[in-house]
Ligand binder design. Structure first.
Ligand code: 5GP
Length: 450
């Protein structure tokens, strides 16, 4: 795990409200309780929300509805966005494409636009805080063109940064079995790997900055103030001279519950907010709900507006829909767990990059086990794949853990992990100029580890 924490990583499939720290949900509820509000969740639901671990796909969507019932104010949303950015930065993620579903909540005075602006304000606030971290030689702003959300000083030289420290209580293939080094991540026995993977998935993540989160912290009135006031990174990875370089982009998600008009509204919002770092559109939400024809027109409009598109596909058996999605040729796809042989062949010949979320797929039983995950087949076939977290808060994972699990489950040598990290830059929705800068950054950091 430690050697994976040191890798400069690219996260391309992370849902904002699925990445929320459990402690933050508790804080928001405490605050609402102190304000005399009736709480939107029962004690039991709160326990479920913060427990982590194995859940069916259907249970996950019930859980997301509960999270949404808690995170109703722009201030709460900005706080969550700021914390999520800092958590990924602390995990040595150098480029993050965060996604979220804009929500109109008239009962709370929130529109899709004000929701999304709160998210962007939270991101900006986190980046300001990360920039204020102990300085290093060159700034990420110098490294990247204007318009990119970017924060954090770049490492001083090819010597790279110190290793990110392990999260408290973190368990994983690299951390179990007595101080395994980089080379050893690649070759645990099958039994060790399964045991280690179980350790990873069964124990909820210790929030990277849990120790610095006060349960009595009140969320300030405005989104910007909330994000600024959100607990700053503690003395963990990413908070000191060793971390903090991160570029953040936003994708707006269409929820499968939305009709054509609502989907188009989200696309139009994404198009308007491109100058603030919105680079694309995602289709997600309960895969048992809705039909492709509902959103195809909005996705066409996204393409015309210059937005990139990624689609959740094949989380359940839905051959017609997956066929239509492949024929539409999105820039990326997520999951693709339940494809028959014909669709799998079509996917491979399409060469569409695939976002793969190992822990999420195993915990929701979309795939039976890590070794049986379709990562193995696609990777062996040379299909473009990128490891992602999906919902790091809900599933108790980090991107470093996903790399460690992949190393153990698929017996990947360290050089393969480096190559995965390197190639992931190519699948981002960043501009060519930004990609060129990211390539340099990742190459420099990897060279320092080699
Ligand atoms: P939000 O968009 O509210 O920031 O993040 C949570 C939402 O992301 C969920 O309500 C759901 O629509 C979507 N989501 C999160 N994880 C998954 C997943 O594994 N599969 C699908 N299809 N949607 C997801």
């Amino acid at each position: 795990l430690r050697s994976c924490q040191r890798l400069p990583k690219v996260e391309l499939h992370a849902h904002l409200n699925g990445s929320v720290r459990p402690q933050t949900i508790k804080d928001i509820l405490d605050e609402r309780s102190r304000a005399g509000e009736a709480l939107p969740v029962t004690e039991q639901q709160l326990a479920d929300l913060t427990a982590g671990g194995e859940r069916s796909l259907r249970d996950c969507f019930r859980l997301f509805d509960l999270i949404h019932a808690v995170t109703t104010t722009p201030a709460a949303i900005a706080r969550i966005a700021a914390e999520v950015v800092r958590d990924f930065a602390a995990d040595q993620v150098v480029y993050l494409e965060l996604r979220t579903t804009p929500k109109a909540r008239p009962e709370y005075g929130m529109t899709k636009e004000s929701y999304t602006e709160a998210v962007l304000d939270g991101i900006d606030a986190a980046l300001r805080q990360l920039r204020a971290a102990p300085p290093r030689a060159a700034s990420q702003q110098q490294l990247l063109p204007a318009g990119a959300h970017a924060a954090g000083p770049a490492p001083p030289a090819a010597a790279g940064r110190p290793a990110a420290s392990a999260e408290p209580g973190a368990a994983g293939p690299g951390s179990e079995g007595g101080g395994q080094g980089a080379g050893e991540v690649a070759s645990p026995s099958h039994a060790q790997m399964v045991a280690a993977s179980e350790g990873v998935v069964l124990s909820p993540r210790a929030a990277p900055h849990a120790s610095s989160v006060s349960s009595s912290s009140a969320t300030p009135a405005t989104p910007a103030a909330a994000a600024e006031a959100a607990p700053a990174p503690g003395p963990g990875p990413g908070s000191g001279p060793g971390g903090g370089v991160i570029v953040v982009k936003l994708l707006l998600s269409i929820d499968r519950r939305e009709d054509a008009a609502a989907a188009l509204e989200t696309v139009q919002l994404a198009a308007r907010l491109q100058p603030r770092g919105v680079v694309g559109v995602d289709l997600s939400g309960n895969p048992y709900v809705g039909a492709w024809a509902q959103w195809e027109g909005a996705l066409d409009a996204a393409r015309v507006a210059g937005l990139r598109v990624t689609l959740h596909a094949g989380e359940v058996v839905a051959p017609e829909e997956v066929g239509a999605m492949l024929a539409w040729r999105p820039e990326r796809l997520g999951h693709c767990c339940c494809l028959d042989a014909e669709l799998a062949a079509q996917l491979k010949s399409s060469a569409i990059p695939l976002e793969l979320c190992l822990t999420s797929n195993v915990l929701t039983q979309s795939v039976p086990s890590y070794p049986e995950h379709h990562f193995a087949e696609l990777y062996a076939a040379g299909h473009p794949v990128v490891l992602c977290t999906d919902d790091s808060g809900v599933f108790g994972t980090t991107l470093s853990r996903e790399y460690a699990i992949a190393a153990a489950a698929f017996k990947l040598p360290v050089s393969a992990l480096h190559e995965l990290a390197r190639r992931s830059v190519e699948y981002t929705f960043a501009s060519e100029a930004e990609k060129a800068q990211l390539r340099q950054l990742v190459a420099r950091e990897l060279a320092a580890l080699e």
